[in-house]
Design a protein around this ligand. Sequence first.
Ligand SMILES: C[S@@+](CC[C@H](N)C(=O)[O-])C[C@H]1O[C@@H](n2cnc3c(N)ncnc32)[C@H](O)[C@@H]1O
Length: 229
Amino acid sequence: MSNSAHPAKGAPVDIDGAIAERPREIRQYPLLDAVYARHDQLIGEWARGRTLEIAHGQYAHPTADVAVDIFAENAHAAQCSAAVSDARQLPFTTDSFETIIGRRFLHHVPAEDRLQLIEECKRVLKPGGRLIILEGTPGLYRRAVKGIGFALGILGEDSDDYGHCSAAEIRTLVDEANLLTDVNRALGSPLMPLAIGTHDSLAHLGELVSQTQLVRWWTLHVARVDREG
Ligand SMILES: C[S@@+](CC[C@H](N)C(=O)[O-])C[C@H]1O[C@@H](n2cnc3c(N)ncnc32)[C@H](O)[C@@H]1O
């Protein structure tokens, strides 16, 4: 595949241990576009009120009011008000948001800083506010399938060398931060978005396909602040 067909993204940069980068531009890849559309829908079922997206990369959720990313090049890509900021120290006062979205990003934060990150989200969330995390599941299967996707030029390469956080790891962090879990849900493999992306008539089967897949590809975790509790 030529470089012009698959433009190189910015190489990852270490900023105080965080892996900062300019991720793929999803609009160039119909499959990725379909994955994000599906995730937008799932996230949208929980997002309410004033919403912050952390580590938005090249794409913020349509309901995000504000977005932050540590990589300066990403600021222009948000469709909403954007700032360059480290999500471990958010530039917002306590109780600022009803919802915080963070997708495909927790694994970019050093393991020893992840609890601090969740607690920082808790600080800027209002009581009753929700943190919505979407994270890829770790494993060889994911790497192998992505490798094939890269080779076929249907995914757009990204640097996936630093692993992902499992559903159990996310649950532990959220519990340690004393957030209440509403959802800790495994989502299916790319067959689901493939079906949705390529056959409109199958879109209504997305949920069924997701539930019946043995291999888990994503974790959706939704946690709530209950300061009174
Ligand atoms: C794999 S990309 C995901 C981007 C976007 N959320 C998406 O799903 O396409 C990870 C993003 O996390 C950002 N990032 C990493 N560490 C961060 C930190 N501590 N604070 C804010 N952004 C961070 C990177 O710059 C990058 O844009």
